[in-house]
Structures are given as structure tokens and as C-alpha cells.
Design a protein around this ligand. Sequence first.
Ligand SMILES: Cc1ncc(COP(=O)(O)O)c(C=O)c1O
Length: 325
Amino acid sequence: MLEHGGRLRAVANKYSIPLSQWIDLSTGINPNGWPVPVLKSEIWNRLPEDGDGLHVAAASYYGTQKIVETAGSQAAIQLLPKLRKSCQVAIVSPCYAEHELAWKNAGHEVLRFKSDEVEQHLDQLDVVVVVNPNNPTGELLAAGQLACWHEQLAKRGGWLVIDEAFMDATESESMIKKDMPEGLIILRSLGKFFGLAGVRVGFLIAENPFLNNMKEQLGPWAVSGPSREVARQALLDCDWQIKTGPRLQNDSKRLEKLLSYNKLSPSGGTALFQQVISERAAAISEILANEGVFVRLFQDQARIRFGLPKDERGWRRLEKALSLI
Ligand SMILES: Cc1ncc(COP(=O)(O)O)c(C=O)c1O
């Protein structure tokens, strides 16, 4: 099992600081997520059904009908490698580590490349996986470059898998097309921009035959009724979405400034997090944890990801903790 951010209970135990006293910046989840209303009792009682409006809402939000819902994009990440015979897969790295694990576990040969190394190896590759914008580096690859990779892979029956979990605040950069071409597979998540990580809803977007195969593998009721209803309403709430994008961008800029002021200039980020590279990363995360501020230290011990504080109290706590590093 890989380590992830958000393990607040384990960290609270380790540092003997009560759960309620922590500022959790260890994920890239919007801390002020879509406000979930009380759901009708029948949504809890009845089996989930197609035709409940989720597909219509998702099609309108993502701009395509070529879409299937999954229990978080994680479910799609785990299933995708099982839909191909053993092959050569390049993963633009570092990125969300579950991709590499899933392809390796399914018996594929996995190569790690930086984004500028992919092009020269494309001829030998069957699948390229890229997180765009990337977590944790924040790197955002241009649509033109991705289109070029896709064209070369698709010619030989290959796939370009783009994980757009963090794309919502920069939607114009998305590679989603109304009519999805063969060999282009896009993953989206309701866990990040919408802040609904607990609801476990994501989407896979691809051409029809691929979607049908995916649906068969997922089986019936892959996403629970309450989750479907919350996702439906959130995807239709344009007022909330329009306010949220700029608010996250502003908060992310504020975080970048605060970190830079404390000599931790970020080397990249998105609307939902900033990444700091530092030889002192482990020591810094330890100092912050002792102050009840939980950040994500990566395994290479040289990289920290800072998520956004929820409110002014959170900003003040972060400011104070940073003054001690
Ligand atoms: C880049 C990326 N993709 C996918 C996921 C999985 O998210 P979820 O299963 O909540 O949609 C994560 C979770 O952290 C992530 O960082």
C-alpha cells in the first residue's frame, strides 16, 4: 500500500496532538468544498439507476457524452491496466504514484520519464500515462504536445492516458473532446476542485467501445446512490463553480507568496497546492507537524506539497509555523 496525504488520524497519534487541533494541508483537496445538502430518504433506500440525471449533469459539465462514472478516479486507475495485454508503459514522473503501482501490478513493463524525454521513446511505447496538471510538480503540458503524443500512439493501437484530476480550475487546457478519438483516455475526479473526496466519484472519458468495455468491467452499481446524487447536484451548480475557480487561484497565489516570503519559493503548483523542493524538506515537515500543521512530505524526502488553508485561522497557524523553520 502506498502512502498518501490525508492520514490525519495516524499523524495526530504520532505527534500526540488531538485531531481537532490540526491544520491539514497534506492533500490537494479544496478545503471549502461544494456544500452537500440533506438527501431525500429514497436516495438512501433505492438501488442506483441509470437515468437519474448524473450522466446528463456530467455530460454538460465535461462537454461530452462519452463518459462513465467510477468510484473515484482511483477505481479507473486500478482497472485500466487490466484492459491491455502486457506492454510497455511510460509514466511521466514523478506523479501520483498509484498509476505506476497499478500498471506494475498488472504485469506491464513500466518506464519513468520526465515529460521532455517521452517524445524520443514514443516509437517503442504502447501506453503513456500523464497527470496534467501534474501532482505534485504542478507541470501543465500543452494540449498541442499531448495531441502529438496521442496521434503517434493511436496509429499503433496505443493509448494516451491523461489524469486530469486537478484540471477543473484551468478547464481550457483539458484534452476532453465532444467526440473522443480512439486511444485517448481521460480521468476526472470530484475529489479535488469540488472537495468531495469522501464521496468517491470520478469519471473516465473515452470513445464508445472503450467505455462499454469499462462499464462491463465495473459491473452494476459501481457508484452509490447518495454519491451519484451529490455528484449530479455539484456538477450542475454553475454559480458555485464560477466563484470557486478564481477563489482557489487567489488562495494558491497567496500560498505561493507566503512560502516565498519564508524562503521556500515553490517550484510549481496548481490552484489547489504548491510544491517546494528543499534538502531540508524532512526537517521542515517535522517542525510544521510539531506545530500541528500537516503537510505532505514525499518519499524522496526532498519535496513537500502544501495544500490550501481553509480559513484565516488556518492561514495564521501556517504563517506562525513557517516562522519557526
Ligand atoms: C493525480 C491524482 N489522480 C487521481 C487521484 C485519485 O483521486 P480520487 O480517486 O479521489 O478521484 C488522486 C488522489 O490524490 C490524484 O492525486
